[in-house]
Ligand binder design. Structure first.
Ligand SMILES: CSC[C@H]1O[C@H](OP(=O)(O)O)[C@H](O)[C@@H]1O
Ligand SMILES: Nc1ncnc2[nH]cnc12
Length: 299
């Protein structure tokens, strides 16, 4: 395994677009391509292209036209398809409800923690026959967060660095009691998709960070109507221009050649595998080559 921090990395930037973001602007030489993974098909074809000479791969999280609900997304295929396409860094863009007065619709939040209350999803590439436990104590890459923060500041877009995203299963929005509970837990925003996406990116050793775009005050705010899809879509249409401009600004900075990630996201599996090589299931190991070949080769 090569873990020399001076090792050169030529980044490939993955963008996962959430509700209201089904394409990105300004990509050159773009081409939608089907990518099959050992875990099946991702939400849609992936859009490959370059922006300012940086290789980019875009995936609309719910598919073009939004046919897929959060519980039916093949999160493993989505992340594996990114890894198989050479992606080193993922910027996740998501519509979220606000759980705090000071985070109004239109505000961007560079999330740094999650509480994962999703329950009807496959959450790991690893399984019986090859067990791994990665750390998600710090689930996002601070390096990507730094770039998002710098660009949002330059662009004058209202934003907050840090905040906890509560991941609910959905597809129904929360009850008022749930919304109040999450507020008491200190959560900042709520959505339905960023877990297990962030956990799987960590298992695949891809740097990952979320820029959450507030679309509503969920259902706790006495002066605002409870969230509806109509309201989310209306605000997302306003947020989308900011989101597209942000991505365009972030890509040259993220795409510059660099060393290994100082936070170690790209070495997350280094000490995570616990199944002895002789006890591993060859069929599972062969699937895992798509996301974990770096450590499996060494074992
Ligand atoms: C259309 S409102 C609910 C929907 O929007 C968010 O999705 P995404 O994170 O992909 O932007 C939320 O999590 C729900 O899936
Ligand atoms: N209030 C909310 N709850 C869950 N997901 C959301 N996505 C956008 N707004 C949301």
């Amino acid at each position: 395994m090569s873990t020399n921090p001076a090792q050169a990395v030529q980044p490939v930037i993955g963008i996962i677009g959430g509700s209201g973001l089904y394409e990105i602007a300004g990509l050159e030489n773009k081409e939608w391509r089907k990518v099959e993974t050992p875990w099946g098909a991702p939400s849609d074809e992936l859009l490959f292209g370059t922006l300012d000479g940086v290789r980019c791969v875009f995936l609309p999280r719910h598919g073009r036209g939004h046919p897929l609900p959060p519980s039916r997304l093949n999160y493993r295929a989505n992340v594996a398809a990114m890894k198989m396409s050479g992606v080193t860094d993922i910027v996740s863009l998501s519509a979220v409800g606000s759980l705090r007065e000071e985070l109004p619709p239109g505000h961007f939040v560079i999330v740094d923690q999650f509480i994962d209350r999703s329950f009807a999803r496959e959450k790991s590439f690893f399984d019986t026959g090859c067990v791994a436990h990665v750390s998600v104590a710090d689930p996002v890459c601070p390096r990507i967060g730094d770039v998002a923060q710098a660009k949002l500041t330059e662009m004058g877009i209202a934003h907050t660095r840090g905040g906890t995203y509560l991941v609910m299963e959905g597809p129904q929005f929360s009850t008022r009691a749930e919304s109040e509970l999450y507020r008491q837990w200190g959560c900042s925003v709520i959505g339905m998709t960023n877990m297990p996406e962030a956990k799987l990116a960590r298992e695949a050793e891809i740097c990952y960070a979320t820029v959450a775009m507030v679309t509503d005050y969920d259902c706790w705010h006495q002066d605002h109507d409870s969230v509806t899809v109509d309201a989310v879509v209306r605000v997302m249409k306003q947020n989308a221009d900011h989101a597209r401009a942000l991505i365009k600004a972030m890509i040259p900075a993220l795409g510059a050649p660099r060393g290994l990630c100082p936070a170690g996201c790209d070495r997350a599996l280094e000490y995570a595998l616990i199944t002895a090589p002789e006890a591993r299931d060859p069929a599972l190991v062969s699937k895992l080559e798509a996301v974990a070949s770096r450590v499996l080769k060494a074992g």
